[in-house]
Design a protein around this ligand. Sequence first.
Ligand code: GLN
Length: 483
Amino acid sequence: MHQLTLAEIARGLADKSFSSEELTRALLARIHQLDPQINSFISVTDDLAISQAQAADARRAAGESGALLGAPIAHKDLFCTQGIRTSCGSKMLDSFKAPYDATVVARLAEAGTVTLGKTNMDEFAMGSANESSHYGAVKNPWSLEHVPGGSSGGSAAAVAARLLPAATATDTGGSIRQPAALTSLTGLKPTYGRVSRWGMIAYASSLDQGGPLARTAEDCALLLQGMAGFDPKDSTSIDEPVPDYSASLNTSLQGLRIGLPKEYFGAGLDPRIADLVHASVKELEKLGAVIKEISLPNVQHAIPAYYVIAPAEASSNLSRFDGVRFGYRCENPKDLTDLYKRSRGEGFGSEVQRRIMVGTYALSAGYYDAYYLKAQKIRRLIKNDFMAAFEGVDVILGPTTPNLAWKIGEKNADPVAAYLEDVYTITANLAGLPGLSMPAGFVDGLPVGVQLLAPYFQEGRLLNVAHQYQQVTDWHTRAPNGF
Ligand code: GLN
């Protein structure tokens, strides 16, 4: 049963081939048996899952239907879940039980999903490798010595290992798309404002966006349908109607204009990845797409701009974790200053502390104009590049990552080496655009992803292109050995 996709599960539940409770019990057993190898869960919520599954079965028996009714999923551990530990991968929040559900969690629960647990992640979503979690590194099911990508590496590893069909994740600079690429999944980062951030613990508020991680585009459409929509509780959520994402999957790609940014195929890209990306372009051409070379002249400045803006916002967002109001408090503080200093010094890991220091520096009176303001100007230029490019093309295609998954520990000595891995993903966050990564092959047994970007609110177009590609390729159907 663990091989089933969300769409197949929906059909199986509808025609009563199995109940949600049977499926849920089977997947929980699989998580307990296999997760110790990959460490993808921080909390497994057996009791909640069984009771939600029974409730979903009862709703179906009473005549209700719905693609997500009884579907087992998990949430990245930065979505607040009422009464359940919401750790954000940090010692700071190890004992924090959220007093309410995030909007995404509440909406999916209403649609009838079953929460199997909370997935592991880089501390406060800062990272590209899932090595900075207080709960230990997550391992890539395709090769246990390698990272699964981050920061949603727990969600990605769990889905790739067939512990469950799909999971929620978040993407501030690539954290849905990059782990999707490194574990051979399909992951979608929606347009900024499409999915409510209420109850999603903030890293960098102007960049953060929740979205689905699954094996297929078809499943991402189902999960996104349950997540997307206006939320009056999130002032940055946008009041735009949510289309039927599944309905857009089967549109023909005849005449679709795909732009290949020349800056995304230059130095720094592993040539073996470039070959697979070009092979995917050939497949899309066979489906009727028309290929054009385009230019995004300012994207070379994306990494420095992002690594000023994201830490600046993080330094402000994380000031609330002070040992008084939330989470960890040091033992026997001498006075208030000692309480703040030691609670934060002991509660946060080194990458989080590094970002807080960088961000505080960039926002300080003497350096604000030189760093923060300049980074915001670059952000606008990057957005303008995309707006100009989308005048001539319908989607932009390129690699998701410049390199294959690296070995656990390999980049620990040099944080900047890991930052550089985000080169192709962070631009979508800076511009607020939707982006998707889909499986496009393997090099030495390690997965490779292709990234698609589209204009604002064109999630349906991204899912359509990926779904059509998945009708003529089988990369997304392959499972890692041992799982
Ligand atoms: N790797 C990027 C960072 O560390 C992106 C993380 C994310 O998208 N949450 O900030």
